[in-house]
Design a protein around this ligand. Structure first.
Ligand SMILES: *Cc1c(COP(=O)(O)O)cnc(C)c1O
Length: 379
C-alpha cells in the first residue's frame, strides 16, 4: 500500500459488530468477562482500548513500522522512552530542540541520575566525540524548532549502530509524509500527534513507532505501568486527522514555500529559515531525506528589534498568535517572549533565537490571504 492510501486505510479493519467504517469510540474503562480471564482481548482501558488500538495500528502503518503506541501527550511519549534508561546512563541530544523535551531531560531526568549532553548535530560526526560506554540513547529532532536546522538521520544511524546505541527521532515537524526515520535505520519514532498528525488543533497526544518486538514490548510495559495513555475520544479524532495528512501536508508545503520566498524578498526581513533554500546549510541533506520542505518558516527582521517583532505578530489577522503548530490554520509565535522566554537571553541567542525571531506554522488557507496578511502586518 502506498502512503496516500495508508493514511486512510493503514491498519484499519471495519468494525466486527456492525461493519461501521470508522472505528466506534469505545468510551469504556472496562470489559465484561465471562469467567475470570475470559475476555475478548480487552480487560481495562489503560492496558488496551479498541479505539486506541485502531489508532496505534494507523501510527505504525504510516511510519512503515511494526508497532505503534499512543500516549496522553507528546511529552508523555518521550517520558516513556527515557524510562527505558537507568541511573548512570547517558543521552546525546541535539541542542536545538523542543523546549518541553529540554525541560523534561534537564529538570526531571537529570535528577534521576541520567546524564544529557546537548550538542550541535548539523555535522553528525560531532556526535561520536560524546559517545562512551554509558551512552544508551541519541535524541534527534529534525527539522529543529524554531531554527529549522536539519540533522542527517542516515549518518546518525551509522554512529548509533556502530556503538549499539538506541536512536530516537522526534518526527513531529516532518511527519511521515516528508520523512520516515525507521526506513533510514532509526529505532524509535516519536510524535507530538497534537501537531500535524491530529492536524486540527483540537487534541493533545503523543505517539511512538518501533520495528523491534522486544523494544515494543518494553515500551508497552511502560505505557501500561506508568499509565500516560490517551482516551478513546482523542484516539478517534487523531485517527480522523490522519486520513487527510497527505493532502494537508502537500498544501502546507506549497504554502510554506510561497511564504518563505515572499519573506526572503521582503526589504524589511533580514533572514528566513527554511530548509528549502539552496543557501540553507543542510539543504542537500534535507533534499535527500525529506520529500518536501514542510510548512514551518522562521524569520528575523532587519535591525533585530524586539518591538518590531511584537508589532508584526500583533498585527497579523489571518495568522493567529498562539503556541503550537501543525493545524490547518496558520499560527505565528514569538519564541523570545513565548516558547523560549524561560531560557536566558544569552543562552537562547547562541542557537539563533534572537529578539526579532518569528516562527510561522503556515496553514492550508488560500495563499493570497496569507501573503496579504503578512504584507499588511510587516508594513
Ligand atoms: C509540541 C512538541 C512536543 C511536545 O508534544 P506535546 O503533545 O505538546 O506534549 C515535542 N516535540 C516537538 C517537536 C513538538 O513540537
Amino acid at each position: 500500500m502506498k502512503f496516500n492510501t495508508k493514511t486512510i486505510h493503514g491498519g484499519q479493519e471495519h468494525d466486527i459488530a456492525y461493519g461501521s467504517v470508522m472505528p466506534p469510540i469505545y468510551q469504556t474503562s472496562t470489559y465484561a468477562q465471562s469467567t475470570p480471564g475470559g475476555h475478548k482481548g480487552y480487560e481495562y482501558s489503560r492496558s488496551q482500548n479498541p479505539t486506541r488500538h485502531a489508532l496505534e495500528k494507523a501510527f505504525a502503518s504510516i511510519e512503515n513500522g511494526n508497532y505503534g503506541l499512543a500516549f496522553g501527550s507528546g511529552l508523555a511519549s518521550i517520558d516513556a522512552i527515557i524510562k527505558l534508561l537507568k541511573p548512570g546512563d547517558e543521552v546525546i541530544s541535539t541542542n536545538d530542540l523542543y523546549g518541553g523535551s529540554y525541560r523534561l531531560f534537564t529538570k526531571i531526568y537529570s535528577e534521576f541520575g541520567i546524564k544529557f549532553h546537548f550538542i550541535g548535530m548539523q555535522n553528525a560526526t560531532n556526535i561520536e566525540d560524546f559517545v562512551n560506554s554509558k551512552t544508551k540513547l541519541i535524541w534527534v529532532e529534525t527539522p529543529t524548532n524554531p531554527m529549522m536546522n536539519i540533522i542527517d538521520i542516515k549518518a546518525t544511524v551509522k554512529i548509533a549502530k556502530k556503538h549499539d546505541i538506541l536512536l530516537a527521532v522526534d518526527n513531529t515537524f516532518a511527519t511521515p509524509y516528508l520523512q520516515r526515520p525507521l526506513d533510514l535505520g532509526a529505532d524509535i519514532i516519536m510524535h507530538s500527534a497534537t501537531k500535524y498528525l491530529g492536524g486540527h488543533s483540537d487534541v493533545v497526544m503523543g505517539a511512538l513507532v518501533v520495528n523491534d518486538k522486544e523494544l515494543a514490548d518494553k515500551l508497552y510495559f511502560i505505557q501500561n505501568a506508568s499509565g500516560a495513555v490517551c482516551g478513546p475520544q482523542d484516539s478517534f479524532l487523531v485517527l480522523r486527522g490522519i486520513k487527510t495528512l497527505h493532502i494537508r501536508m502537500q498544501r502546507h508545503c506549497e504554502n510554506g514555500k510561497t511564504v518563505a520566498e515572499y519573506l526572503n524578498s521582503h526589504p524589511k526581513i533580514e533572514k528566513v529559515y527554511w530548509p528549502g533554500f539552496e543557501s540553507h546549510p543542510n539543504h542537500e541533506i534535507a533534499k535527500s531525506q525529506m520529500k518536501d520542505f514542510g510548512g514551518m518558516v522562521s524569520f528575523v527582521t532587519k535591525g533585530n528589534n524586539y518591538q518590531d517583532a511584537i508589532r508584526i505578530v500583533e498585527n497579523l489577522k489571518v495568522f493567529t498568535l498562539a503556541e503550537s503548530l501543525g493545524g490547518v490554520e496558520s499560527l505565528a509565535g514569538h519564541p523570545a517572549s513565548m516558547t523560549h522566554a524561560s531560557i536566558p537571553k544569552e543562552e537562547r541567542e547562541k542557537t539563533g533565537v534572537v529578539d526579532s525571531l518569528i516562527r510561522l506554522s503556515v496553514g492550508i488557507e488560500d495563499i493570497d490571504d496569507l501573503i496579504a496578511d503578512l504584507r499588511q502586518a510587516i508594513g
